[in-house]
Design a protein around this ligand. Structure first.
Ligand SMILES: *Cc1c(COP(=O)(O)O)cnc(C)c1O
Length: 408
């Protein structure tokens, strides 16, 4: 049996440590909490005997550096183990010879949110919680509801009232109660906080509990393992709450401490929409934290996040990696959703389109070189966005957007 080597939690801003096996939310200074592991023991596990070779594919193959102790609580729906695909056609189109796509859209519930919520729900239930709630732009709600159902726990999902109906249907399909809130994910979060006492639930909002980030870090581990313990030159990541970006950044430090990689790091590149680009604004201004974006609007629901808990950690990862941040307009995003489908056979989400649309701009700015190895994260599946994408096309009929695939 693979034991978790979790030792304690810590605040990355102050270094203060917290007992691991108690229920926690934020750190004393209002930042996220990170998990610390006995990486020496984990490294020995990985190096001795069969190491990782005989472990099952998927996220739990890294169980010794994940926080769930009792295997009985390790929920699975088949998350992780997603393909790293070469993308010669769309690569040629954007101007990068060696473009790789990490296709997270094939995860359970159609997005990489499955990774974070798999771990967060498993750990919450292990710690005795049986009622969970989440504010979501869409995908996180479906993932949370699915794992809650799997665990026999109760789920309440707070979602903006204009989120595509597919997201609501999915949550209800898993038996969750859906509360639709006027406004954005931040308004949904405020409503959740307001209902918390009466609701008697535990919130698994992005980075407001310690373990979603642990699930998302497995994208970084998996990527490095798939590349033969090498790193790409750059990682392009559609950034909303930033959990995946900071999770991968944490994973690389852990892999270095375990002797799996050296001190090299990929440049981390955050992509947002011009309709909601708080991280880009803060990055360009040289700020250490993010200011809330007003009137956030984008077809990429996962990027419609005007403010986030992990802002300092996101900005730190971008700067420490010599990376950058870039916003792309929705029109270009939708063009690349189309190209992703016709060039590569992947029915992507708008977030996926955004990461690809960013590449020509990054090349023009010399933030990427055409000969570099570039990994774009495709974070969501397009199927759940059908009505949202159609609505966008209808409202933007004057735009020269290729709509053939979406309307078919
Ligand atoms: C939530 C979401 C994002 C943003 O993810 P973070 O890790 O919170 O930045 C990107 N793409 C999709 C499809 C999402 O659902």
């Amino acid at each position: 049996m693979l034991e978790s080597t979790l030792t304690e939690l810590y605040c990355p801003r102050t270094g203060t440590t917290y007992e691991a096996d108690k229920i926690h939310t934020l750190s004393d200074v209002g930042g996220p909490l990170y998990s610390r592991y006995d990486l020496e023991t984990a490294a020995t596990n990985w190096q001795e005997g069969a190491g990782l070779t005989n472990r099952p594919a998927g996220l739990w193959r890294y169980a010794d550096i994940l926080p769930v102790r009792d295997p009985h609580f390790r929920l699975t729906l088949g998350e992780g183990g997603t393909p790293l695909l070469s993308a010669p056609r769309v690569g040629k189109r954007v101007g990068v010879a060696n473009l790789l796509l990490k296709d997270e859209g094939i995860n359970p519930t159609g997005s990489f949110k499955a990774r974070g919520l798999c771990i967060a729900v498993s750990r919450a239930v292990e710690l005795g919680i049986d009622s969970l709630a989440i504010p979501t732009a869409g995908n996180a709600g479906g993932a949370m509801a699915a794992y809650a159902a799997r665990a026999g726990a109760t789920a309440t999902v707070y979602m903006p009232d204009d989120a595509p109906g597919e997201f609501v249907d999915e949550c209800e399909g898993f038996g969750a109660k859906v509360v639709r809130v006027a406004g954005l994910i931040t308004d949904a979060g405020a409503q959740l906080a307001n209902d918390k006492k009466a609701g008697g639930f535990f919130s698994v909002a992005t980075l407001k509990e310690p373990y979603r980030v642990e699930g998302k870090k497995t994208m970084g581990i998996e990527l490095v393992e798939q590349m033969g313990w090498k790193l790409p030159d750059a990682i392009i990541y559609p950034t909303g709450g930033g959990t995946g970006l900071v999770g991968m950044w944490k994973a690389f430090d852990e892999l270095e401490a375990m002797g799996c990689i050296g001190a090299e790091r990929p440049r981390m590149i955050a992509v947002q929409s011009t309709g909601c680009a708080p991280v880009i604004r803060a990055f360009e201004a040289g700020d250490k934290s993010v200011q809330p974006w007003t009137d956030a609007q984008t077809v990429a629901d996962g990027l419609r996040v005007p403010m986030m808990v992990g802002d300092q950690e996101i900005l730190r990862a971008l700067r420490e990696s010599s990376g950058t941040a870039i916003a792309v307009p929705d029109e270009e995003t939708m063009e690349f959703v189309h190209h992703l489908g016709t060039d590569e056979g992947i029915y992507g989400s708008p977030e996926d389109g955004a990461t690809l649309a960013a590449i020509p701009h990054l090349l023009a700015r010399s933030d990427l070189d055409k000969d570099e190895t570039v990994v774009s994260f495709l974070t969501g599946n397009g199927y759940k966005y059908r009505s949202g994408m159609k609505r966008f096309i209808t409202e933007n009929t004057a735009q020269e957007v290729s709509t053939a695939r979406i309307e078919s």
